[in-house]
Design a protein around this ligand. Sequence first.
Ligand SMILES: C[S@@+](CC[C@H](N)C(=O)[O-])C[C@H]1O[C@@H](n2cnc3c(N)ncnc32)[C@H](O)[C@@H]1O
Length: 409
Amino acid sequence: MKFHKTLVERLFNKNYQLIDGTDEIFELDLALWEYKVLSKKELIDRSAYFKIVDGIETMHYKICNLQNLEEVHKKSSFRTKNFFLNGKYSTGYATHGLFPYRGKFHPQLIRALLNILEIKQGQTVLDPMAGSSTLAVEANLLGIDAISIDISPFCELIGQVKTFALDLDIKTLEKIGANSNKLLEKLKKDIVPQYFINNKDDKKKRYYEIVLLAYLDTVGFSERSESSVEKLFSRVLERYIATIKYFQIARQKVGLKIGNSEILQGNILDLPIKDSSVDIIITSPPYSFAIDYLKNDKPQLEYLGANIDKLHQEMIGLQGRGVEDKLDIYFNKMNQALAEMKRVAKNESPIIIIIGTNDIQTKGVRLEKKIIELSRQHGLKFELNLKKPILGLQNTMKEESILFFTNQK
Ligand SMILES: C[S@@+](CC[C@H](N)C(=O)[O-])C[C@H]1O[C@@H](n2cnc3c(N)ncnc32)[C@H](O)[C@@H]1O
């Protein structure tokens, strides 16, 4: 028998190695794309899927290893600890693990997309349905500026925390977080204490937002685990502070320059952004009515004093009765959303939409097909549908589509 070379060996030079766990076809596809468009230096500095480039460890690999996740999760449950350790290079690095937002992007995938789209410093990326601001965090890690918009004020808070925590003074945070009992007493009062929301210009507010997010995370965690908020809060806050601390240590060691983010609450149907001002859009809308983001985050939204009825009217995917009516309203809103994305993106700029279909719920209507059709009507040039399997949800949704378009004005 002739010696058999694995696919990875055939795709890349033998002095290159991929990060452990890079084994899905779409990941190999993106790794090959990174390999083709990035210079050797760029592969070392910013690639998503490489561990070794010409004998040198990449920045992504180094930072993930420097984050000391064992220490961060020393008090976490076996399940949580395993989840983060298994996702060390893919979902759990930097500040991505601070809140487990449902339906969030795979951060490593976003990093690869920014790379293959050849994003440059000085350019701006936008996610107009940003959820937990995964795109903003990834862009900022590459030194790129980002705008994140979501209809939910809770998402605004998550985005503020995840991006601010990339570059802060850890001593100030540790000082504020030192007295978790006192903080908890204030947070348990029905309305958010003044210093958690006021003083727009006060930099301290950002530090308190981290505590607030840890509290709101604890509220959800407590419901799921049937353990009390009192018992869990200090542990969650400790984990938040440790995550941020070890990321700060890692990024300072390797000298990472962090980009800026603008995190806003707003509606994709009426974006507070100038015409032709954005270089790249990457977004993922609700997959019709597969996840009810309002119901999911209701305790947190109520705590923050959000107008639930208004959100119910404005959140895409929540209106209508019966499948047909719901899909009608959904596509109508998505059609307007596409027009807004086209308006704010520069001519010839890439627009990427990640979407999956739950066939059973939609009675066979494929969301990605309809989005491609609507985009064509807006004159967006459809380039590619890269398919990504969804692990763990095989019965309801088997894959997502990463749809690549080019804006044409
Ligand atoms: C699939 S999630 C996005 C997750 C995100 N990619 C991440 O990494 O966390 C879809 C998001 O769309 C938001 N959304 C729904 N309707 C919206 C609207 N009219 N304008 C802006 N955002 C909206 C939801 O609040 C939800 O956070």
